[in-house]
Design a protein around this ligand. Structure first.
Ligand code: FAD
Length: 261
């Protein structure tokens, strides 16, 4: 039997063991099919869990903020394409930012964008860690994520693409996010991340290094595209083989960088 505990504040949630019920799009499937894996569910009623706010100069996304809320928030316009890529409208009304941080392969499209913009993960017990560190340790992570802190990118600095076999709602063969710091077609530096190309979203650091100082034209992006799978670790699954994912990743990165998607 699964026990449910309702918690009024995020700080109290940080003291309690159990699995958080956010949107429940993944957790309720686990409850239905493997209830022995979910002995205790935490339901958090703190309004801050579902709010978008400001902390200093940053935007705070409560971990319980849904993809629909992200899409509706003008200050998060750069992240809207990544939120829109998740499931259909009913799923986007339920699926949360926090749940996406923990979603296993091949899910995690929104987190791929959060990794590209260098989000900070804020735990309910007060710890804050870089999203890259969070993802590297995710398999052993315990506790409740309270919020994600971001500096929302301006203009078209953030580019996002999802590659799926079934459009518009299919699960990712892969997803890509690129944050470009530069001027016009000149790249000063970039963060390039891939979803569904490893157990968690990953940075393509060799491609980032190759893109620094390059121009966004066919010749300029070639080295970054050639190197883009160096740091990735794709798996075979029902959607695609690891081989196929490695073959198509450079093609989709090139299209995204050249504005062809
Ligand atoms: C039909 C369908 C289509 C989907 N399509 C996509 C897609 O295109 N792209 C994609 O990325 N995902 C997709 N998903 C997966 C899922 O809906 C999303 O990843 C979603 O963001 C998960 O959020 P949730 O709030 O529903 O998580 P939940 O199911 O509530 O939780 C998932 C896991 O995260 C843990 N968790 C949740 N919040 C917290 C927190 N604050 N602190 C600590 N642990 C927490 C839960 O305990 C649980 O283990 C799809 C799912 C379905 C059913």
């Amino acid at each position: 039997m699964t026990e449910v505990q309702t918690i009024q504040s995020l700080s109290a949630a940080g003291q309690v063991e159990g699995q958080v019920l956010a949107g429940g799009t993944l957790l309720m499937r686990q409850v239905n099919y493997a209830p022995q894996e979910v002995p205790k569910i935490l339901r958090i009623t703190d309004p801050a869990f579902r709010q978008i706010g400001r902390v200093g100069g940053q935007v705070s996304l409560g971990a319980g903020v849904s993809m629909s809320q992200v899409i509706a928030a003008p200050e998060l316009a750069a992240l809207a394409p990544a939120a829109r890529a998740i499931g259909g409208p009913a799923i986007r009304n339920m699926a949360t930012v926090g749940g996406n941080l923990f979603a296993p392969h091949p899910y995690g499209d929104f987190t791929t964008a959060l990794l590209a913009i260098g989000a900070q993960v804020q735990w309910a017990d007060g710890r804050t860690e870089d999203i890259e560190v969070f993802l590297a340790n995710r398999a052993n992570a315990r506790g409740v994520v309270a919020a994600v802190l971001i500096d929302p990118p301006r203009g078209e600095a953030l580019r996002f693409a999802k590659v799926a076999r079934t459009k518009p709602k299919g699960v990712s063969v892969l997803s890509i996010a690129v944050l470009i710091n530069g001027s016009g077609r000149q790249v000063l530096s970039a963060r390039i991340t891939f979803g569904a190309m490893g157990a968690t979203p990953l940075r393509a650091k060799a491609a980032e290094a190759a893109l620094a100082g390059a121009t966004l034209d066919v010749g300029g992006v070639a080295a970054a595209c050639a190197a883009c799978t160096n740091d990735l670790n794709p798996a075979d699954d029902a959607l695609a083989s690891a081989w196929y994912r490695r073959e198509v990743a450079p093609i989709h990165l090139r299209r995204l960088l050249l504005g062809e998607t």
